[in-house]
Design a protein around this ligand. Sequence first.
Ligand SMILES: *Cc1c(COP(=O)(O)O)cnc(C)c1O
Length: 453
Amino acid sequence: MEKIRYERPIIKKLNTGSINKFGTQTKNEVVAHLEGVGVKELIQQYGSPLFVISEKQIRRNYQHATRVFKTRYPKVQFAWSYKTNYLNAVCKVFHQEGSWAEVVSGFEYEKALGNGVPGNKIIFNGPDKTDEQLITAARNNSLIHIDHFDELYSLIKLSEELQLKPRVAIRVNMDTGIYPQWDRFGFNFENGQAWNAITRILNDENLNLVGLHCHVGTFMLDTSAYAVAATKLCELAWNIKEKHNKTIQYLDLGGGFPSTNTLKGSYLPGIDTVPTIDQFADVITSVILGFGFKQEELPLLILETGRALIDDAGYLLGTVLANKRLADGRRSTILDFGVNSLFTSFWYEHKVSPAQEGGQYTEETVLYGPLCMNIDIIRDNITLPLLQKGDHLVVHKVGAYNMTQWMQFITLRPNIVLLDQEGHPHLIRKAETREYIETVEQIPAHLIKNPLT
Ligand SMILES: *Cc1c(COP(=O)(O)O)cnc(C)c1O
């Protein structure tokens, strides 16, 4: 006969049905299935921890965002921000939906080409572009977004020497009322740097200024920043038309829309507080439509939304390794994944659900990862049923930035599975092995002999 599990009795105030001081209920709904697929079965087949990405949710997010913008503005194009999640399978879903690629390094640029994106649908951003990469991008007719004067001078020189006619834009940084201001990327609007760069480009016969770009920040909680940004880009485009009789083909408002995750220290959950895509779209499109451009000269509106399109399509499944009492009496639970896999736990209070029915008691718990490092904390304080060793749990909304910013620290990166639209799992990135990690290591000859034999 199986021994019945002992559960320590605790005294706890019951507040069933009422709400806590934040106006929300402390619910612990069990999440045993993701789109009809059992969490337990997924872990049995692919191991724990395991990232799971929902193709259906990506497509839903993408179609929703494009619809929201296209119903408000005639010409809209999204470009998938590779650094947010550059698993090829994920990028391909976005490209199938019609998204261009937005890349910030030579590595990402090559990935986009490898994913079949035509050169003229790749936007090349960022401060780090080598001469070689600039030449390739120019030859492929990609959109090169110039970040600083040194890059501009390189491009002028290369274009002259090699007879290139690159299509370029400049990245503009500006005061949008959000501080600290992101002024390290691009040319500043207020101090005249941006206009200076524009004039320099327009006076060069090889460079073709086609667009203006900005990316004002990430996880922006205030739509008004986009109103300011759109206004300032429109002003530049307007002045270019007035003074140089050149029509700017597109305005690229970058990314930065928040997902519905809850930021650490927030008073209310993200789902109740972050503005919706509709609100951002209202602000951006009404500025551009109202600015006074002639109908036929309305610029294409490009958006490089990353986080908001992928975060809620990603889950991390994991397993409880152990429970222990901390010196001050608090309960702590050790999981088989840490901040190495879940980088975003540094700034989000991720929602975590048990994957099986638990006891009726809940208790405030610290969720630790398995790393031998004091900052390896998944949640500082979360109310959960008493999870046991071997129980599974589901972390929600982990699709953005984790699978690119993760660290190979102490343990190996886990499998990643894509659930297709019918709910069939496909392995899209294999768990790393020691052999894989060591393929890039080399032992100098004098260290080959085993020292301890
Ligand atoms: C990171 C980045 C994005 C995507 O930002 P999100 O906050 O994920 O929407 C877009 N454009 C540029 C230039 C970026 O660096």
